[in-house]
Design a protein around this ligand. Sequence first.
Ligand SMILES: Cc1cc2nc3c(=O)[nH]c(=O)nc-3n(C[C@H](O)[C@H](O)[C@H](O)COP(=O)(O)OP(=O)(O)OC[C@H]3O[C@@H](n4cnc5c(N)ncnc54)[C@H](O)[C@@H]3O)c2cc1C
Length: 474
Amino acid sequence: MLEAIQIDGADTSLEEEALQELDDDLQGELIRPTDEGYEQARKVWNGMIDRYPALIVRCADTDDVVRAVRFARQHNLLTAVRGGGHNVAGHGTQDGALVIDLSPMREVSVDADYRTVQAQGGATLGDVDAASQERGLAVPLGVVSKTGIAGLTLVGGLGWLRNRYGLTVDSLLEAEMVTADGQVVIANKDSNADLLWGLQGGGGNFGVVTKFTYQAYPVGPDVFFMMVFYSAENDREVLRAFRDFVAQAPDRVTLLADLGMFPEGSEFPEELQGTAFTALAGLYAGLAGDGERAMAPLRGIAEPLMDISGPMEYVEVQRLFDADYPDGSRYYWKSTNLMELTDAGIDRLLEHTRKQPSQRSTVDLWPLGGAVKRVPKDATAFFGREAAYVLNPEANWADPADDQVNIQWVRDLIESMEEFSDGGRYLNFQGFQEEGDAMMEAAFGASYARLAELKRKYDPDNFFRLNQNIKPAS
Ligand SMILES: Cc1cc2nc3c(=O)[nH]c(=O)nc-3n(C[C@H](O)[C@H](O)[C@H](O)COP(=O)(O)OP(=O)(O)OC[C@H]3O[C@@H](n4cnc5c(N)ncnc54)[C@H](O)[C@@H]3O)c2cc1C
């Protein structure tokens, strides 16, 4: 017998015979708490999330996902779905739950003629980038290669190609998905178009996506990447110049401002360690020489502390920040959508940013422009295109004794900036979603009702509930 938790929170026991039958049917692996691989398999990226699921089904293919969903439904089990395991809130696991783990499903295939890329639901950004770049293509994804495409795609996808080619959801052409009753459906613009719309920002609410098909674009192999670090003494002028540049930047330029500190004991030059900075980073989607010219004004705002800009392989850019986010460290991130970046907003932001308790924490400003803005607001379920910036404080620290002070820093910063926001959030950077349904409704605004209807159609019992959850319309 194995103890587990049902979807309504009640305890249940699973018979050995039923478990054995599931195990025999799977191409992949069934991992139980007594198995040798359990300790490793239960871990997710965020060390704040320390959960003990009852069962982990490591799926080898779509049929395994169907088997796992049907088993969970038959036994009414609380069920989590895990792609790359990098959800900040830890939605990919739960105590006592059955985890449908797609991490073995990482195949990627590229059709260079049609410029499309198909990837299995457990692929990482790095998997997709590597295969796409072999054919001179790239899919607009995020900026850290170890993260999963699934959680990123289903909620939005902010990366270095967004102003040129849009969010990840804007490139999603088709999905193969296992529904809450264990059926396989295809969603594209001709078939189940309502579902495709929902998967373009509505999260893991509707089913388990086993394959994503994306539009890809010619990028690289070399691109111009800018990363210039200014002293905090120049904070105000740097952020004002950044804002003014963003307002007229060509679509080929996608930027990020990153406020932080050079951590002591890091690989940065010793004389800089412990110093606060504002870094401006950006990718030019075009010829490297054009990129260098286009971004030159941002590299001469003041005397930089360090400038590592230059032509770089696209895949290298995509891996540049990987080391900043080690597995198992402690993380609490939040976001709010800024409708504009005023001088008063900059001053407020700096006041709170510079109180950061951990030297490894950063505050990111992601401008949204170009292709992101050209997609009509209701064309996808992603609901934040009208924002000028996504503001994203990231508390990153190591010692559990520092949990509270770091979490509070993020909460205070967000609260202090709410007057510059319309209440929208990027739901992949949303703490532990402790604000619940009210925050979800605010984040989806006018699209919430349509999403709740879609949820009722595909998952009326809210079987897929461990996610950025949308309750089925009643
Ligand atoms: C280091 C780091 C860098 C990041 N950088 C960016 C960035 O540049 N841009 C950006 O937009 N976001 C970024 N994010 C946020 C990231 O997009 C989310 O954390 C996302 O949830 C990660 O997806 P995952 O598949 O790894 O997560 P998981 O923890 O595996 O899954 C998260 C949730 O997604 C859903 N899900 C996962 N797989 C499936 C599936 N196959 N079918 C249906 N639902 C599924 C489930 O609801 C699950 O609970 C970053 C996160 C980290 C940790």
